[in-house]
Design a protein around this ligand. Sequence first.
Ligand SMILES: C[S@@+](CC[C@H](N)C(=O)[O-])C[C@H]1O[C@@H](n2cnc3c(N)ncnc32)[C@H](O)[C@@H]1O
Length: 409
Amino acid sequence: MELEVEITHLGAQGDGVAQGPEGPIFVPFTLPGERVRIEVDPGNGHAALIEVLAASPDRIAPICPHFGICGGCALQHMEQGAYLRWKREQVVAALKSRGLDTEVEEVRPVAPGTRRRAGLTLGRGTDGLALGYRRARSHDLIDVAVCPVLSQPIAASLPKLRAALAPLMGGKREARITVTQTTEGLDIVAEGFRPTAAAFGAFAGKAVALGVARVTADGESIAMGAAPTVTLGEMEVKLPPGAFLQASRDAEAVLIGLVREGVGGAKRIADLFAGLGTFTLALAGNATVDAFETDEAALSALSEAARRTPKLKPVRTFTRDLFRSPLGAKELQGYDATVFDPPRAGASAQAAELAKSRVPNVVAVSCNPGTLARDLRLLVDGGYRIACVVPVDQFLFSPHIEVVAHLMR
Ligand SMILES: C[S@@+](CC[C@H](N)C(=O)[O-])C[C@H]1O[C@@H](n2cnc3c(N)ncnc32)[C@H](O)[C@@H]1O
């Protein structure tokens, strides 16, 4: 059904929202105040944009030719100031929903072309073999010839990788491919491959020319040369296949700066959900740091980097499931700062323990304002005061946002 509607605001996924005859209608790639003609998808409250009849003054030309088709980006059509204000509002709203009326700073912008990890799908697209993203709210695969969000080495390699990786699928319809830019070249982790020895041999022969440093297919790794490393802050750390990495190197630098400011002059720090040690290694120049994490491979890469780096204060690593077994208030005694950077689910069990602790400085890093707000509420109820909240635009043009919050008691 075709309709003409006015977009009143953006929803949490960055789609424009209009009031339709039967309730809200979500229209991607539109902006508040716009009058648009849409094709409504009956029964699910979503619509496709047919035409913008009256454009918002905030509408700009997208920087990517795939925008509007590819589901990777939701918000390239919005002027940067308005876009960053909207992202900040998402954080304000999440905190408000937990009764936290805290000042939220301006969003720290991150430049395009700085994303060093991409999660892509390889398979049949509408026009043949494709390596790219899905069309928004669809299973259709879009072959991505350019992607201005990705770092140049990843973006430039996509067409060649598509052709070279396809024979490794061994008849499977689709494979999930994560490409990471490392110092030694591209690190590729694939799920859903079924390579024959001959196909793998043929790929290995081309890998160096393609700039590929390692391929891990369904858990089995084959490095083409030296094991891949990534630079975290200023330190080189070996990258275990699949270990967490902050998506953008520029965003990582901003996060490290904010975490450093938050811990101040602390001399004993606990880094919880430490991963490869993005914060541990940055903080260990001035403080002894205990790093807690479930991923053993990440922790051993972190310890090895710490041992190799001169002039660091002692770093200790602990394999620990902080959901089931958070550090208790007693164990937290003696730390003068704690950093916690959990997955999207947040860290309610750990936040509840921190809330009972006497740790003077707590820095929370999160890619999910909703669970962050829940965890901050626990800390505030335990007597902490929120000193600052800073959003960082790590997930450029998507509705997602990274946030750093500093709390004190
Ligand atoms: C958002 S990442 C942050 C990693 C690190 N702080 C960084 O900046 O690179 C979250 C980390 O939490 C770890 N993790 C997930 N579940 C966990 C759990 N239950 N207990 C401890 N660590 C966990 C993941 O392995 C991942 O390294």
